[in-house]
Design a binder for this molecule. Structure first.
Ligand code: PLP
Length: 400
C-alpha cells in the first residue's frame, strides 16, 4: 500500500469515527450500535429464519432473486488469486473503482464503493434524511430497505400505491413531491421494481426528473438492470453526467452472482459522493474487489445467465398461465403470480415441500414472488405448485 493510500485510508476511518461521534448526539444514533443483520426488518427476519433450516443446501432457493449458477470461472480465479491479500487493508484492489468508472462512462470521483447496493440505500437514507429530519418518498410495494432504514434513523417514508398494472405512478410521485417538498429529503425509485419486476420507462424517468422540485435528490436503484430486455428502458447514469441530482445504485449481487461477497456502488456527482462517503463503512473485502474487476470483464457469462434466466422465466410464467393463474409481466430474474388467496400459508406450504419462495410484499398479500432458479429448481417449483395450488383454476393468465 502506498503511503498516500495508507494515509487517506486512515484519515477516512477517522472521518467515519468523527461522524459517528456527531451521531452520538443525534436521535437515531442507536442505528450504528446495531449491525444491519440484527435490525428487525422483514427481510432480516426472513433471512434469520433460514438459520433454522438444518438442510439449507437441499432446498430449491427461489426466494432472494439470486443468481443460482454462482460466479463464473474467471471471477472465482480472480478471487482465489486475491486471497494472498487477505492480510492487507484493501490494497492492492485491482483498480476496482477505476474499472467500474470506465465500464460506466464516468469518473472515479463519481463512484462510491459499498458492501452491496444495500449499503448505498442506507447511506443515501442517512445522508439525505438526517438534516432537519427529512423524509423519503417512494412506491409500495418496492424494495423496502430504504424505507426501513430511514424509519430506523427516526425519519419517515411516504409510500404511494402502484398503478392498476403494478407500475410506479410517476404523476402521483411528482404531485406528492411538490405537496411534501419542504420535508422531503429524496425520492426513491426502483427500476425495475422489486417485487413486481416492472420497469419505469425512459420517458417516465425524464418526466419524473423534469417534474420534481428543483435539486430534489433521486435515488434510482438499478439492482436488476442487467436482466432487462425492453427497448423502453434505459439506465439513468446519463442523468448523473448531465448534472441532475440523481444517484444510481448498482450491485454485483445479481447478474454477477456475488451476493454473499458484498459488493455494490453508487454513481453520483462528486459533490453527492463526498457528502455520502462519511456515512459509508469504506470497508470492502479485498477478495471481492478483484472478483468485481473480473466480473466487469466477463460480459459473455453474464449474457448467458441473462438468456437462460429470461427463457426459464417466460417458460414458468407460460405454464402458470396455462394452469389458469395470472402473472405480472417482468423484466427481471423474478416475477409475481396472483394466487387469489393469502400468500402466507402458500409460502409455508412450499417450504414444507423443500421450495423457498419470496416473502410477502404488503399490500400485495395475494401475490407470490418467484425468483428464477436453475432448471431443476423451477421444475421442483412447478411440481410443488401442482400439489399446493392445483392446475385447474378458473380464468386464464393475462401476462400483462
Ligand atoms: N435493491 C434491490 C431492488 C434489491 O432487490 C436488493 C436485494 O435483493 C438490493 C438493492 C440489495 O442487494 P445487495 O445489497 O446485495 O446489493
Amino acid at each position: 500500500m502506498s503511503e498516500e493510500k495508507s494515509v487517506s485510508r486512515r484519515t477516512f476511518v477517522g472521518g467515519v469515527a468523527a461522524a459517528a461521534g456527531v451521531l452520538g448526539f443525534m436521535p437515531g444514533a442507536n442505528l450504528f450500535a446495531m449491525p444491519l443483520a440484527m435490525r428487525d426488518t422483514g427481510l432480516n427476519r426472513e433471512r434469520a429464519a433460514l438459520d433454522e433450516l438444518s438442510d439449507y443446501d437441499g432446498y430449491a432457493k427461489i426466494s432472494f432473486n439470486e443468481n443460482p449458477y454462482g460466479p463464473p470461472e474467471s471471477v472465482l480465479k480472480a478471487m482465489t488469486k486475491a486471497f494472498k491479500y487477505s492480510n492487507r487493508y484493501g490494497y492492492p484492489d485491482g483498480g476496482i473503482v477505476e474499472e467500474i468508472a470506465k465500464a460506466h462512462g464516468v469518473k472515479p470521483e463519481n463512484i462510491l464503493l459499498t458492501a452491496g447496493s444495500g449499503e448505498v440505500l442506507d447511506v443515501v437514507g442517512t445522508t439525505f434524511t438526517r438534516d432537519g429530519m427529512k423524509k423519503v418518498l417512494g412506491s409500495e410495494p418496492s424494495y423496502s430497505q430504504v424505507y426501513e432504514h430511514v424509519v430506523g434513523v427516526k425519519s419517515e417514508a411516504v409510500k404511494l400505491p402502484l398503478t392498476a398494472d403494478y407500475r410506479q405512478d410517476i404523476p402521483a410521485l411528482i404531485k406528492a413531491a411538490h405537496d411534501h417538498a419542504k420535508d422531503l429529503g429524496f425520492v426513491y425509485l426502483c427500476n425495475p421494481n422489486n417485487p413486481t419486476g416492472r420497469i419505469v420507462t425512459k420517458a417516465e424517468i425524464k418526466q419524473l426528473l423534469d417534474g420534481l422540485p428543483p435539486a430534489m435528490p433521486v435515488l434510482i436503484d438499478e439492482a436488476y438492470h442487467h436482466f432487462v430486455n425492453n427497448a423502453d428502458y434505459a439506465t439513468s447514469i446519463p442523468y448523473v453526467l448531465e448534472g441532475r441530482p440523481v444517484i444510481v445504485a448498482r450491485t454485483f449481487s445479481k447478474i454477477a452472482a456475488l451476493a454473499g461477497m458484498r459488493l455494490g456502488f453508487a454513481i453520483a456527482s462528486k459533490e453527492f459522493v463526498n457528502k455520502m462517503r462519511p456515512w459509508s463503512m469504506g470497508s470492502i473485502s479485498a477478495v471481492v474487489k478483484w472478483g468485481g474487476v473480473a466480473a466487469l470483464a466477463d460480459t459473455d457469462s453474464q449474457a448467458r445467465v441473462k438468456k437462460v434466466t429470461i427463457d426459464l422465466r417466460e417458460q414458468t410464467m407460460a405454464q402458470l398461465n396455462k394452469w389458469g393463474y395470472e402473472t405480472i409481466k417482468s423484466d427481471t430474474n423474478f416475477f409475481m403470480v396472483s394466487l387469489k388467496k393469502p400468500v402466507v400459508p402458500v409460502i409455508e406450504a412450499f417450504k414444507k415441500k423443500g421450495v423457498l419462495v419470496g416473502r410477502p410484499f404488503p399490500p400485495m398479500n395475494t401475490h407470490l414472488r418467484v425468483s428464477i432458479g436453475t432448471p431443476d429448481e423451477m421444475a421442483r417449483f412447478q411440481a410443488a405448485w401442482k400439489e399446493i395450488m392445483g392446475t385447474a383454476s378458473a380464468g386464464s393468465g393475462n401476462g400483462k
